[in-house]
Design a protein around this ligand. Sequence first.
Ligand SMILES: *Cc1c(COP(=O)(O)O)cnc(C)c1O
Length: 391
Amino acid sequence: MKRFVYADNAATTQVSPRVLEAMKPWLLEQYGNPSSIYSIGRQARTAVETARRQVAAALDCEPNEVYFTSGGSEADNWALKGTAHLLAKQGKRHLITTNFEHHAILHTCAALEKEGFEVTYLPVDSKGLVTAEQVRQAIRPDTALVSIMYANNEIGTVQPISEIAAVCKEAGVRFHTDAVQAVGHLPISVREQNITMLSLSAHKLHGPKGVGALIVRKGFIPPNLIDGGGQEKGRRAGTENVSGIVGLGEAITAAVEKMEEETPRVTALRDRLIDGLIKLPKVRLNGDRQHRLPGNVNLSFEGIEGESLLLMLDYAGICASSGSACTSGSLDPSHVLLAIGLPHEVAHGSLRLTLGDQTTDEDVDYILEQVPPIVERLRSMSPVWEKIKDL
Ligand SMILES: *Cc1c(COP(=O)(O)O)cnc(C)c1O
């Protein structure tokens, strides 16, 4: 029986009914501008401030350390460009990141390099991990910022963020983390983990698209990315996306409430999927088995093209990805898979399945039933497979 299985939760997630219900009034009846003085305006202001407290509570920081943005990309741009421009005035023109960040970080770094900033791209190991020691050795007197993602969107690797942040604190260097894939899925304490700045996005945790936040610890504020009105304490102009912000607050609250129950459930589904598919010949698991997001499965099947696999899975009703959503459609294999040392031809045969709140046991059964014959069929048509199958 054909099913519809959404296994691309790292690309985006479905808005949950609870989040939608919370958002509706702010689109329909209480559509006021939070800056207006009459009651529907004041109510909207209250709703935005409630959401700010919800985000702060979920991440263990102060509400006045939460700045709403249009999403993860904007938060990443603001953290990096803002900090670079601010600290350049003190002669600090060096940044440290890794070579397998999201493009919102890598392309921002490239833009800063064009302006004359210097960026060190730390290599990750074959599992996609970077160490605090690597960071320690890369820090220089002119280092303005270290930015390392909490968890990778393609291969799910979770970095030793507390250790890295401790090294940065000791050296007196600001630390930013793109935690878009981690928020709502892993327990995070901005305060205890010594994180200076953190980016998050609602649509990766069953909230709406086009809204996110940058957390900035007190005592440090990068210059504005968007100038205009006085919203977000004058730091990020533009009439607030009230319904979106309310949706983010509700989504992050729901995710934290459910984490204790969801993490073991999703982890078990993930492991069953990995164990079932890894049995096929010439398959490798990309990323680390232990330090891994609960819902992430990323495998490379030698001798096939990821794109063909995706098309056949789509035909079977399964939504998956073979890299990051932004790079599919380009012929270059993902920079993440190349960063962990996969040869081009192996990287091309990769499949990412990302599970979430709605994934069921039956969904996993269905994927396990559909993928092996599709892989076999594609390999039977592949001239490459003929050559490598007995190696
Ligand atoms: C999705 C994603 C982003 C971008 O977030 P948007 O809200 O879509 O702009 C940034 N970083 C990571 C790791 C992501 O997965």
